[in-house]
Design a protein around this ligand. Structure first.
Ligand code: ADP
Length: 735
């Protein structure tokens, strides 16, 4: 039954019940009144009957007192006779006024007359005695008139009595009926009240029972939800662990493989594809983990001072390569009025910007992407930073502009096919913006472009933020940590291998321990400057090992946790066990380097000098990078000279062939030259700078305009590199 029906049923029952109760109550009260009235009448009839009897007695008394006086001639018998006669008169008057019925009224009138006749005759008889003497009075008595009057009074009184008794019987019957009715109605009333009470009692008990059942079910489902959340969290943590561990190996080794000089072009491309796909996969995993964190309310928004200009510059640099790949202009401007040092979550802001700019680049074929930061109003001591990310891309239909912020929503079904993506990015961006107390809106015109407007409040920091020093992979390869000893605690062989390769590459001396127990043994035998600690290991896990290192060995050696558990709270857990920092797997070379540099500060400072001196080998060259060449030559300068001369000879020739091929519209030759050039430029470490252009020339179809644009950029950069290579070659000859 629907709840509306139940309410209607209860209301109707309540109304009917009330009407019934009023009806019963009314009739019960009426019968009770009749009963009371009957009882009053009964009492009155009894009084009247008593009065009649008294009247008869008084009449007889008056008569006998007068006769006594006449017979004995003693007036003592009639002393105070008059007052008795007056009392009889009063009594008959009262009787006359009493309500009777038709039959008794007639007799009462008769009685009244007879009583007054009798009293008059008694006074007359007494007068005869007083004035004429005893014989005359006795002669009068002998007439029997007095006796007749007395007899008539007695008979009339009897008749009244009989009439009254009949009335009394009728009253008694009424009393009986009313009493019975009142009793029945009383019983009905009580029964009704009892039934209603029982019903209400049953209803209340039933409701309480149902409520208790509901509460129990609610507790049960809450428990289930909590369990499900824990299962989900564990599942996500494990899944992330299971995926990140092999990803760690894939990305790490792909990274190392890319540096191998003996790779031919085809293999190099395969490795690049592996690396790119791995990174895409990692983005998807991170997106899903981020969403789960947001959903579970575990996404923390940190508040730290940061430089907004520095942040924007880093994001711009990061995204520039992607933009150039598609020959798009990427500009980033900051309003002068916006203070540089703000307080807030720089990581989340970077994530937002990277996502929006990434989308803008993805959905734009030509034109550009412009990022603008403006100072807005100050609200509650915080400055509203207005951020716009505008592109000249495909645009979004008006009806899709709101749904794109929902999870797994894309503006068109064809988007996935054409551009890829999961439809999670904007949902995360919106959640992150809102978590920081901001807003995000979109403005777009199909075919013309899209602009995302954001407003995020940030406190203006009094501190001067220390900008994070980023380390380039080049710096990594040249760093030398001769005095540093690192203990690597890791059970996974692939990861052991990877870390070994990286550390050898960096010339860091290290020792491997396969689990916590082995690590403790190593630490008992020798001193280490830094410990890299995996968490999940057989025999003894990373938490226990750290606890023992701190409490039993009393060592304060910095410990950096390495774990594939990327769930919220993991970092805090690691810190609470006495670890100093946290690296999430897959461990990225640059992040690992930064952490090592941070914790081995003293060693680093010492080595920094070496790095800068090694850096000077690179000279003041802005385009060419000599680290690869130096690595390959292992210090053989004549080898370096030969390679550089080859580079100087081949590059201009290849540029020329490229241009000729385009002029003749010989696309196959153009693609093959662009492909071969990649090998030439890699010798001088120009891959990062020139590979996107060469990729575009090799894989994408070009218009005359786009080719000219790409070619002139390539030519400009190659000429600059050739100039530097010449200088380098000269320095080799003269040294
Ligand atoms: P994904 O990019 O992974 O598909 P997002 O949540 O980042 O997911 O974006 C959702 C959808 O919004 C995209 O699929 C696309 O249809 C649309 N969209 C987002 N940004 C832009 C943009 N700059 N220009 C055009 N469409 C966009």
């Amino acid at each position: 039954m629907s709840s509306k029906r139940i309410i209607f049923f209860l209301l109707t029952t309540y109304l009917i019940g009330n009407l019934l109760l009023i009806f019963i109550q009314y009739n019960w009260a009426k019968n009770l009144n009749t009963l009371i009235e009957g009882n009053e009448k009964l009492a009155y009839e009894l009084t009247v009957s008593g009065q009649l009897k008294e009247l008869e007695r008084d009449i007889l008394s008056v008569e006998s007192r007068i006769r006594g006086t006449i017979t004995t001639e003693d007036t003592v018998f009639v002393t105070d006779l008059e007052s008795q006669i007056v009392a009889i008169e009063t009594s008959i008057d009262k009787l006359k006024q009493s309500p009777g019925n038709d039959s008794t009224t007639h007799y009462i009138d008769l009685l009244d007359r007879l009583v007054h006749d009798k009293l008059r005759y008694s006074r007359f008889l007494l007068g005869v005695y007083y004035f004429k003497g005893k014989p005359a009075a006795e002669a009068q008595i002998a007439t029997q008139r007095g006796k007749h009057l007395t007899d008539s009074i007695m008979v009339t009184a009897r008749n009244i009595e009989l009439g009254r008794q009949r009335h009394l019987a009728a009253v008694t019957t009424t009393i009986d009926t009313s009493g019975t009715n009142a009793l029945h109605l009383g019983i009905i009333l009580i029964s009704f009240v009892l039934v209603c009470g029982a019903f209400i009692f049953w209803y209340v008990i039933n409701t309480i029972r149902r409520q208790n059942e509901l509460i129990r079910q609610l507790h049960f489902s809450e428990k289930k939800v909590r369990e499900a959340a824990t299962v989900k969290e564990n599942f996500l943590a494990n899944m992330s662990h299971e995926i990140r561990t092999p990803m760690n190996a894939i990305l790490g080794f792909a990274n190392l493989l890319q540096r191998k000089q003996e790779l031919d072009n085809e293999s190099r491309q395969y490795v690049q594809t592996i690396q790119r796909s791995g990174e895409n996969l990692l983005t998807i995993i991170n997106d899903i983990l981020d969403l789960s964190k947001i959903e579970a309310g575990m996404m923390r928004i940190e508040t730290m001072p940061f430089s907004i200009r520095g942040l924007l510059h880093s994001v711009e640099t990061l995204m520039q390569a992607k933009a150039s790949e598609k020959s798009l202009r990427l500009t980033a401007t900051v309003d002068d009025k916006l203070p540089d040092i703000l307080e807030g979550d720089a990581v989340r802001l970077t994530q937002i910007l990277v996502n929006l700019i990434g989308n803008a680049i993805k959905f734009t074929a030509q034109g550009g992407v412009a990022v603008r930061l403006k100072a807005g109003e100050k609200v509650n001591g915080k400055i509203q930073v207005g951020i716009t990310v505008a592109d000249t891309g495909i645009g979004i239909e008006p009806q899709k502009q709101q749904t794109i912020f929902e999870r797994f929503q894309q503006a068109e079904d064809s988007v996935t096919r054409k551009y890829g993506g999961t439809g999670l990015g904007l949902a995360i961006v919106k959640d992150l913006v809102e978590l920081q107390g901001g807003t995000i809106t979109v403005e777009s015109e199909l075919g013309k472009g899209t602009t995302f407007h954001l407003l995020i409040p940030y406190a203006v920091s009094a501190e001067v933020a220390e900008l994070p020093r980023t380390s380039s992979p080049a710096a990594i390869t040249q760093a030398s940590f001769n005095d540093l000893r690192v203990l690597v605690v890791e059970d996974n062989e692939i990861n052991q291998n990877l870390l070994q390769t990286i550390f050898r590459h960096w010339q860091i001396s290290f020792q491997l321990a396969a689990n916590g127990k082995e690590a403790i043994q190593c630490l008992k035998q020798q001193r280490f400057d830094l410990i890299l600690m995996d968490i999940q290991m057989p025999e003894m896990d990373g938490y226990t090992a750290t606890q023992k290192i701190r409490t039993e060995l009393h060592l304060s050696t910095p410990i950096i946790a390495m774990t594939a558990h990327a769930m919220a709270g993991e970092r805090e857990k690691c810190l609470s066990y006495g670890m100093n920092d946290y690296l999430s797997k897959p461990v990225r070379e640059d992040q690992l380097y930064d952490k090592i540099r941070q914790f081995a500060a003293t060693s680093f400072e010492k080595n920094a000098k070496q790095i800068s001196s090694v850096g000077s080998v690179n000279g003041d060259y802005r385009h060419i990078r000599l680290d690869y060449l130096r690595e390959v030559s292992a210090g053989d300068r004549s080898y370096e000279q030969v390679v550089t001369e080859q580079f100087l000879e081949m590059l201009p020739a290849e540029l020329q062939s490229l241009e000729n091929a385009w002029k003749q519209q010989d696309l196959a030759t153009m693609q093959s030259v662009a492909h071969n050039m990649k090998t030439t430029i890699s010798v001088m470490g120009l891959n990062e700078e020139l590979q996107p252009i060469l990729d575009a020339l090799e894989y994408e179809s070009q218009t005359n305009e786009s080719f000219q644009q790409l070619f002139s950029t390539l030519q400009f950069k190659c000429e600059a590199a050739i100039e530097e290579a010449k200088q380098f070659c000269q320095s080799l000859i003269t040294s």
